[in-house]
Design a protein around this ligand. Sequence first.
Ligand code: C2E
Ligand code: MG
Ligand code: MG
Ligand code: MG
Length: 290
Amino acid sequence: QAKQAGRNCFRSCEPDHTEQAKQKLEMEQDLRTALKEEQLFLVYQPQVNPDNGMVIGVEALIRWRHPEKGIVPPFRFIPLAEETQLIIPIGNWVLRQACMQAKEWLDAGKPVKMAVNVSNIQFSQDDFIIQVQQALKNTGLPARWLELEITESVAVKQLEWVKNRLHELKALGVSLALDDFGTGFSSLSYLKEFPIDKLKIDRSFIMDICHHRDESVMVKSIIQMAHGLGMRVVAEGVEEATQLAFLAQLRCHLIQGYLFSPPVEASRCTQMITEGFKLPKVEFFGCEDK
Ligand code: C2E
Ligand code: MG
Ligand code: MG
Ligand code: MG
């Protein structure tokens, strides 16, 4: 039976494989063109102070305006970019572009901290520190307005090496955030080993904080731990006013999510930075399933 299925698969899956490989190759070519012809662009999502609605920071998120496919989201091309090492020039482009925008806001009297996602491949390049330094120098952005987001998966590498690299980055004056916190495999001891300034609680934990006791307990503990360790903490993917109320009560420093705004182009973000957000008036009375 299994053999039969295997044979069937051999016959019917083989052309699929080549089809897939062809599509991948095509996409790789397209991605090279995208980089050359400026089809890539950044959108920015505000990070909001839950006490007063002010925009304290923004996260830069990449998009691809494909000539035929329209806007392509990062989950559709970042993995391929990593596989083909194209993430290195792309990542450097993102760094420069984000620093340029942050400098523009700074000069306009609307300073915000600019958070940039860094792929592990990019992080591991010999010249990564130099790339960061140059992006700052060429745009004139003071380092304290740049924040680099890394994920727990960098810790899979040699610990000492990662630690040194993080210290080198800190020495430049940039701040460091640990993205998607809670989803990786890193041990808590990294948190005290690494010079991390900020934790970003992953959206998957935030989603259920008002409905599931477990998630609410974990988020509460993460926020308290961050406070205890002297780190800042951001909640990602906040969509509802009750989630905001819960997080504000726990003194979560910053809120990022569709409740305030999805990622938007720079001009729209400027308006949000200028005006801030009106806070919804909701109180949190506790979790539904106790
Ligand atoms: P991330 O760094 O964790 O970014 C947060 C993602 O959550 C973004 O998706 C954002 O649009 C989405 N998000 C924010 N608030 C909400 C919400 O309230 N509800 C929901 N459903 N989603 C929300 P996006 O822009 O599609 O990016 C996905 C991932 O792609 C990012 O996750 C990051 O890992 C990666 N990425 C994006 N831009 C870059 C980049 O420039 N370089 C690298 N290396 N990776 C990037
Ligand atoms: Mg991020
Ligand atoms: Mg994240
Ligand atoms: Mg991520």
